[in-house]
Design a protein around this ligand. Sequence first.
Ligand code: ATP
Length: 367
Amino acid sequence: MADLTLDNVTKVFTDDDGSDIVAVDNVSIDIDDGEFLVLVGPSGCGKSTTLRMVAGLETITSGDIQLGDTSLTGKDPQDRDIAMVFQSYALYPHMTVRTNMSFGLQESTDLPDDEIDTRVEETAEMMGIGDLLDRKPGELSGGQQQRVALGRAIVRDPEVFLMDEPLSNLDAKLRSSMRTELQRLQEDLGVTTIYVTHDQTEAMTMADKIAILNDGKLQQVGTPLECYHEPANLFVAGFIGEPSMNFFDVERVGEKLVHDNFEYELSDETANAVAEANELVLGIRPEDIELRTEVEGVHDFETTVDVIEPMGDENNVYLTFDGASDDETFVANISGMQHVESGQPIVAHIPEVAIHVFERRSGNALR
Ligand code: ATP
């Protein structure tokens, strides 16, 4: 068992007219032995390319990838002790489940056949597909195929699992139960894992550590809660959390953050954190906004309920500032028990402990 290290890894593709596409830009990540790292980011940010470089399916333009003390650069995929699970499952349609699971072992090891059989049967039992071993992939449901694909990776007993959106072809309910199952499995097996997804909920719920990519560049690496509570920049703040954080363009004037529709008073502590900067963004998560009937303090603002999005146990309440010069709305996420109506005047409390402040130009978090 060993740590996996991505050290200033860059991948540049050249497109048809000869211009460079920097798909992965100087990315460094340390993944501890046995850790579950989720690589997350929007479409095209470089997640799959990163994973494929670790697997050896794509060459590295510069940088290095190490497993323990050994560099993987230049090693063939089959010599890396890494098993990959693809979104498409990539099962061989003409082979039975048993052969799909044993094929890789037969090709890449000199284990005796009876030991391979035992391993396949044990893994199939563990994955709940023991009675499907003689079927072909076409005779299985999506969820069953997904288990075969995972089983095929597990049976190889690799140092590292790489998973590229392995649950995205499943329906929502199955996806959510497979999430928990996969997490438990990974924990039991203790195999270092990189899991790629564009779904921030999947990232938040499954990861020991999240690495957030945008446009080929690493934005932040941290635990899900670190990324949620202390986003490094505007991108992470907007990407993690559902509904997304509310952002307001503000200017620092004296001890206040001044927006077109409101003024937000700062304590000395917060004011010090944003001392030098003028062009700022104030961020507040929808779940940190409280709705009150009356103004009680300086961080309470008179608003009107625009639209309500009922979610069952909670509501997303879209609000507009009273007397606003535009129709800018922001959203509060409140308990479903709190009754509000469209058009109703209401006071939005934006607690100072929960605000985030970013520098507008760089996007970097100041607080
Ligand atoms: P998705 O979530 O849509 O799968 P991704 O985050 O996995 O996206 P990549 O597939 O890694 O993103 O692609 C990153 C960038 O590299 C994209 O701009 C993509 O168009 C480009 N790219 C990927 N593979 C190649 C290739 N073989 N040749 C040229 N450009 C490529």
